[in-house]
Design a protein around this ligand. Structure first.
Ligand code: SF4
Ligand code: SF4
Length: 391
């Protein structure tokens, strides 16, 4: 593994993105594929409606005792998702719900109202130590750019205002303007399970990742509140995780639409805590992922839904769930979710196919495999895979 210190460090957050300011708007998370597909199926707007079709398929598979989709496989996935459901209802719509509450859960008021005084260096160390202790595999800190905060969810808008503590009113979610940092954590999923075909094993890995996300975000939020600062624990809710993770120096965006990191590829789930604690920020890294993805295409080949682009990056989305205005490879998330429903399990092919997930790659490789005769270069893996797929 090439050490992180050898990567290009970007001083300007915006070096990592090209944005068409006229086209970009904060994302309306009532437009996620989960909501839109569920709405198309049932006529109702809700976070879980898309699951109805998939559940029907799950029980059909169980009756047939299909390998990888049996009752015991399903039990494994159900166990993996239990903590996820207890902590915060699954999905993008769980802001300020259940244990993801924006107020202290168990922290005594006298501590929450008594901010400990330290400099940012010391707090940064404390927060990162705590995040590691609670079990994160990667952690970084970035300033919050409002661009990445959801415009709204299915219930109400997110706004920033000059208030002391985060709160929810009948009309809106209010984030204090003082809440200006995001601590982003990424938890590694079981590579062995992700590498299985798109069946209930890969779903179990995903579900366990969600459970760990909730555990991490809630634990770190309580830690920060006990030091006397505001903390908003988030899973997929409230803000876009991937751009915050990129800004916090965790990795880069891949063709598969996911965060890729040098250590774990895309075999990760991301959560974050928004806070007003004085903290130092990390810098984004550039280890050549974009250029690599331009050549690779393996995830696009491996996608059973034809949801991943084979083309160049664009500013334009390919389905209603995409948020246009950022130059990237847009994934047709609605096609993706339709495949999950048809399959009767979540799919992770685009993670499994990625050479970074499979630990067969190191960053900063040369992309000259067509001309190269080096016998041990792991990039030959791509050449072999391409021949297998015939492109
Ligand atoms: S999860 Fe599966 S269906 Fe969805 S984009 Fe990835 S490979 Fe395609
Ligand atoms: S499979 Fe290849 S193209 Fe897709 S995200 Fe991974 S490196 Fe990029």
């Amino acid at each position: 593994m090439i050490p992180r210190t050898s990567f290009n460090i970007r001083n300007n957050l915006w070096d990592m993105y090209e944005i068409n300011e006229a086209a970009y708007k904060r994302f309306d998370s009532s437009k996620t594929a989960f909501i839109l597909v569920g709405q198309a199926d049932t006529g109702e707007i809700g976070p879980m409606n898309w699951l109805r079709k998939m559940s029907a398929k799950i029980f059909e598979n169980i009756e047939k005792n299909t390998e990888g989709y049996s009752q015991s496989d399903y039990a494994f996935a159900v166990g993996s998702q239990a903590i996820n459901f207890i902590l915060g209802t699954y999905g993008d719509q769980n802001a300020n719900k259940q244990f993801l509450k924006w107020d202290p859960l168990f922290v005594p008021k006298q501590l929450y109202n008594l901010p400990l005084q330290h400099d940012a260096d010391k707090f940064t160390l404390m927060v990162k130590n705590a995040a590691n202790f609670y079990g994160t595999d990667l952690v970084g800190i970035t300033e919050i750019d409002e661009k990445w905060i959801y415009d709204r969810n299915i219930y109400k808008p997110f706004i920033f205002d000059d208030v002391e503590h985060p709160k929810e009113t009948e009309k809106e979610f209010i984030i204090p303007v003082s809440v200006n940092k995001a601590i982003v954590m990424a938890v590694n999923m079981s590579r062995d399970f992700i590498l299985k075909p798109p069946n209930l094993a890969s779903q179990a890995a995903t579900e366990l990742g969600y459970s760990k996300m909730g555990f991490l975000a809630i634990s770190l939020a309580e830690f920060i509140r006990a030091l006397g600062y505001n903390a908003i624990p988030c899973m997929n809710d409230t803000a876009l995780s991937i751009p915050l993770a990129i800004n916090a120096g965790l990795g880069q965006l891949g063709r598969n639409g996911l965060l890729l990191t040098p250590e774990y590829g895309a075999c990760l789930r991301i959560c974050k805590v928004l806070t007003d604690m004085p903290l130092n920020t990390d810098k984004p890294i550039d280890y050549g992922q974009t250029e690599f993805c331009e050549q690779c295409l393996l995830c696009a080949r491996a996608c059973p839904a034809d949801a991943i682009s084979f083309g160049d990056r664009t500013f334009t989305g390919v389905c209603e769930s995409n948020n246009p205005g950022v130059k990237k490879w847009y994934v047709n998330t609605e096609k993706c979710l339709r495949f999950w429903q048809h399959n009767g399990a979540a799919c992770s092919n685009c993670i499994a196919a990625c050479p970074f997930t499979m630990d067969r790659m190191s960053p900063n490789q040369c992309l000259e495999c067509e001309r190269c005769i080096a016998p041990k270069c792991t990039l030959q893996f791509i050449t072999v895979e391409r021949q297998k797929f015939g492109y």
